[in-house]
Design a protein. Structure first.
Lengths: 532, 69
């Protein structure tokens, strides 16, 4: 692994990042909007008010557009596994096989079947069965996200598997350990709840647009109330699971945690930098050391966030790279030497097996297994171990922007809910504009969450076991560049199609109430109470 | 049983027939799948290990060689 084509590694990474980020533009709205629709339809079934049916059908159309444009965009990631990341794909095969197969089956039966009932079933199936289908679509789409997030969680914390040196594959030894690993479960809950927040912001933003245009007042205000309540509850859940993510990170990915905080030297009673601006240190560039130009800190908070103890020691980048015997942290140098032994032992084992030399194979296998935990570090033996530090600025700023926007969304939910309940929302044009312009901000926050998770764990594809430089296929960098731009064009086309179809539908607005629905006693009661 | 199958068929048939916006969305889905599978997968994204090697043993030997070189 001495002659690494960094152009190939970087373009392969860029391509995967591009496709994953574009894919993620469609997913969170599906996850969240499906539940918002289910709540709206529940209100329709419970009250019999045709206005709720109209609201449900409108948001269902928006859901359908997003679902149709986004569906299958994730398949491209699987194509890339086989071509650009073939070593990785083989190495992890069994871990991914089961969860993705379950995802495929569940998604097919739950989503495909009940989505048809959701769209075609109005007035054809009973109200209750239709409602059940809507709820099953919501649960189904969220459950299908579970499996891919479990696979991602495994890459961040590879539990429940054993590497088989004969097949060069990881094999699942405990499915439940993979499924219920603390990282996987927390990742799933944090990711889906962030999708709920995004969908809430989306519904509120579009509803705000109607109010700004002096259209569909009742529709907009009802949508805002549902989305704001859902957004408030799920924002609390995002905070809770985000807190869990931080603790998992401090425990299982301490370098990501240190980079996210720009904590170069570890300390006890570590403060949390709430707001900070980094200052690149030219002399320390190779060590990725950066100081702060400016900070606002919360004393002891980082220690508490990481280990639920304000006095706890939080290791910094320097401690992890150079080691800290006092806190039992071994250096990257030492880990890379152990990793190199693991790599050499694997080669020796394979050769001995081929030669039929069982005793040498047995010794090599024992040496391999003893050092396997540091396998990935072996690729950095003889290299500058500072290559093992992720981009501090990317991780640091992405995290803070994401959290800052999350606080903004929480405040927005509260403000719009109170104003709507007091019937004052139409007059607050600044709030309505803020709600509308929060839609792109929600997408930015959602994408930045992934940037923290993925850029922050570089250079690992599988934490401590497989770095990107070893996972990538030895193909031409030029071919990766060509497909990068092809994907860019394809996805941009899909995004433009989505935005155009959606904006046309939004301008058109919800379908008018039928004359029968207008004269329905429920509608008349609702109209009277809204005038009161 | 026959009646149930007929009802289910009619349900989907009528549903697809009465689609308005859905028609455009299905066109996009089909076009997208065609580009993905008939262009990208076929010409640009071969499964390298599947296409370059015949057996799993050859594949694992290749990967180990790649990982240990």
């Amino acid at each position: 692994m001495q002659n690494i084509d960094f152009s190939l590694v970087d373009w392969s990474r860029a391509q995967f990042a591009l496709t994953a980020m574009y894919h993620w533009l469609f997913v969170p709205l599906t996850l969240g909007l499906s539940f918002i629709i289910a709540f709206m339809e529940t209100l329709y079934v419970r009250t019999g008010d045709p206005e709720w049916k109209r609201i449900t059908k409108y948001w269902m159309t928006i859901f359908g557009i997003n679902f149709a444009i986004g569906v299958a965009t994730g398949i491209i990631l699987e194509f890339e596994f086989g071509t650009n990341w073939s070593n990785y794909s083989w190495f992890v095969g069994d871990i991914f096989g089961a969860p993705l197969a379950i995802e495929g089956i569940m998604a097919f039966f739950l989503e495909s079947t009940f989505i048809a009932v959701m769209f075609f079933g109005w007035n054809k199936v009973s109200k209750k069965f239709h409602l059940l289908s809507t709820w099953l679509v919501a649960f189904g789409s969220n459950l299908s996200a579970l499996w891919i997030l479990v696979a991602n969680g495994w890459m961040q914390y590879p539990a429940g598997m054993k590497f088989n040196p004969d097949t060069a594959r990881n094999e699942m030894v405990n499915f439940w350990e993979v499924l219920f690993s603390p990282v996987a479960i927390n990742k799933f809950l944090h990711t889906i709840s962030s999708g709920y927040v995004l969908a809430s912001v989306f519904v509120i933003g579009i509803s705000a647009w109607y109010l700004l245009k002096n259209r569909e007042h009742q529709f907009a205000k009802r949508s805002i109330v549902i989305a704001a309540v859902f957004g408030l509850i799920t924002s609390a859940f995002v905070i809770l699971t985000g807190d869990g993510s931080a603790r998992n990170m401090a425990k299982y990915q301490p370098m990501k945690f240190a980079a996210m905080e720009n904590l170069y030297v570890g300390q006890q009673n570590a403060p949390l930098v709430a707001i900070g601006i980094l200052k690149a240190d030219e002399q320390e560039l190779a060590h990725k050391k950066q100081d702060f130009r400016f900070t606002i800190e919360i004393p002891n908070m980082l220690s508490y966030m990481a280990f639920l103890d304000p006095n706890a020691y939080v290791p910094g980048i320097k401690d992890l790279v150079h080691g800290n015997p006092e806190h039992h942290i071994i250096s990257y140098q030492e880990r890379s030497e152990k990793g190199k032994i693991a790599i050499q032992s694997l080669a020796a084992y394979k050769n001995a097996r081929k030669a039929g030399n069982d005793s040498v194979a047995k010794t090599a296998l024992a040496s391999f297994e003893a050092n396997y935990a540091n396998f990935g570090y072996g690729y950095y033996a003889g290299r500058d171990v500072h290559e093992l530090i992720p981009s501090v600025a990317t991780t640091f700023y992405s995290f803070r922007i994401m959290v800052g926007l999350g606080i903004h969304f929480g405040a927005l939910f509260l403000v719009v809910l109170l104003l709507t309940l007091k019937n004052k929302i139409e007059k607050k044009r600044f709030i309505l504009y803020t709600a509308l312009w929060s839609i792109p901000l929600a997408y930015i926050a959602s994408e930045l969450g992934w940037v923290v998770a993925e850029a922050g764990r570089q250079p690992w594809v599988i934490q401590d076991i497989l770095p990107t430089i070893a996972a990538v296929s030895q193909i031409s960098s030029a071919s990766v560049q060509i497909t990068f731009w092809m994907f860019f064009l394809l996805f941009t086309g899909l995004l433009i199609a989505e935005i155009r179809i959606m904006t046309t539908q939004i301008r058109k607005g919800p379908e008018p109430l039928t004359p029968e629905a207008k004269n329905s006693p429920k509608t008349l009661i609702t109209k009277k109470s809204s005038h009161d | 049983m026959k009646r149930v199958i007929q009802d289910v068929f009619q349900f989907y048939f009528q549903g697809f027939k009465n689609m308005t916006l859905g028609r455009n969305l299905w066109m996009i889905i089909l076009l997208k799948l065609a580009i993905l599978y008939l262009v990208l997968k076929l010409f640009f994204f071969p499964d390298l290990l599947k296409s370059n090697f015949k057996t799993d043993e050859q594949r694992s030997n290749h990967v180990i060689e790649q990982l240990t070189k």
